[in-house]
Design a protein around this ligand. Structure first.
Ligand code: DAH
Length: 338
């Protein structure tokens, strides 16, 4: 082995390293050449047989071999590692879950409008509509409401110039509809209402109601009870019942307030129903003959029932919303859960 052989060995090793395909191949070459039992220690051992004059040059050649191979090993390892890292970064990981576009949803108030009117539509009702800016006549007079009734108070109703007001109840649609449609009538009217209420956890100056009106020959209180019971089951669940408590409304006679048995505790008493087992849901009754008369219907020929309920209240009961203001703050993070 002379200096030329060592130079050749260096060149050959460097060429092989440059072509090494992976880290394992580089390591194998390192072990074979400069490793503890590799070619270099073997050649070092042979140094003692080299003539004294050639020893320094030979020693230097072996040192150069070691330095060159060590550098080439490190360089090749670094290059292979870098290449594998960038391959990983570019890789498309099929096991990752996809990214879905965020889906919007209907506001809880709209959901309840759709659900309640959907139930009545399936019972043969159609959806009717009236203006938010109403006349005093349709909002009060046509509903048999005396001129001195409390609900007409300036403190309760938003009056506008020219005998107009912001309707305080969807009941205002009743007379409008009857004036332009002969019986039979079967309508629900969802919509916005306005009252001069101070906003708190259960009151909002702007809220929604859904009104119902069914007029035909021989409509009875039993029809009202049966239809409301069906509605209660459809909306709240199969075990839910309704009960009537006598009440007074100017436009119905008799008038009732309707409670549903609590859907949370099945009437046992819980936080939602304030331990009573019942939840107040709506006002209802048999349409007063005088209301028919004013609308141009013959009270001897037809009878009918009417009802009205608050949409926000339904949403709060069904979704467990504790404060009506949450429905109007429009914080999407809050509303998205419903
Ligand atoms: N308009 C009533 C209110 O806002 C609710 C109501 C009660 C509507 C009885 C009706 C009814 O149609 O018959 O409190």
């Amino acid at each position: 082995m002379d200096i030329r052989d060592i130079e050749e060995l260096t060149e050959q090793t460097l060429a092989e390293l440059a072509g090494a395909a992976d880290l394992g191949a580089v390591e194998a070459l390192r072990v074979k050449t400069i490793g503890r039992n590799g070619r270099l220690p073997e050649l070092m051992k042979g140094l003692k047989d080299v003539p004294a004059a050639d020893k320094p040059a030979m020693g230097q050649a072996l040192n150069s071999f070691k330095t060159a191979v060590t550098a080439a090993v490190n360089e090749r390892k670094a290059a292979l590692e870098a290449a594998s890292k960038s391959a990983q970064a570019d890789a498309f990981d099929l096991s990752l879950p996809g990214r879905w576009p965020r889906r919007g949803r209907l506001h809880p108030i709209q959901q309840l409008i759709d659900r309640t009117s959907g139930i009545f539509r399936r019972m043969g009702f159609t959806v009717a509509d009236g203006p938010d800016v109403e006349t005093e006549y349709y909002n009060f007079d046509a509903l048999n409401t005396p001129a001195d009734h409390v609900s007409r108070d300036l403190a309760d109703t938003f009056y506008l110039p020219g005998g107009l007001l912001l309707r305080t109840q969807t009941s205002a649609v009743q007379a409008r509809y009857m004036e332009s449609h002969p019986p039979p009538v079967r309508i629900v009217c969802p919509g916005r209402c306005y009252r001069r209420d101070t906003t708190d956890a259960t009151h909002s100056a702007n809220f929604h109601q859904i009104e119902g009106l069914y007029v035909d020959e021989k409509v009875s209180l039993a029809d009202l009870k049966g239809d409301i019971d069906h509605f209660a089951r459809e909306l709240m669940g199969p075990g839910v019942k309704s009960r009537f408590r006598t009440h007074f409304f100017p436009f119905t006679e008799p008038s009732v307030e309707v409670d549903f048995s609590c859907h949370m505790c099945a009437g046992q008493g819980c936080r939602v129903c304030k331990q009573s087992g019942w939840i107040e849901i709506m006002g209802a009754g048999m349409v007063d003959p005088h209301v028919f008369q004013m609308a141009g219907y013959d009270p001897e020929a037809v009878t009918g029932y009417a009802f009205g309920m608050g949409i926000e209240r339904l949403a709060m009961i069904l979704f467990g919303i504790d404060d009506i203001r949450r429905l109007y703050e429009n914080d999407v993070r809050y509303l998205a859960q419903f």
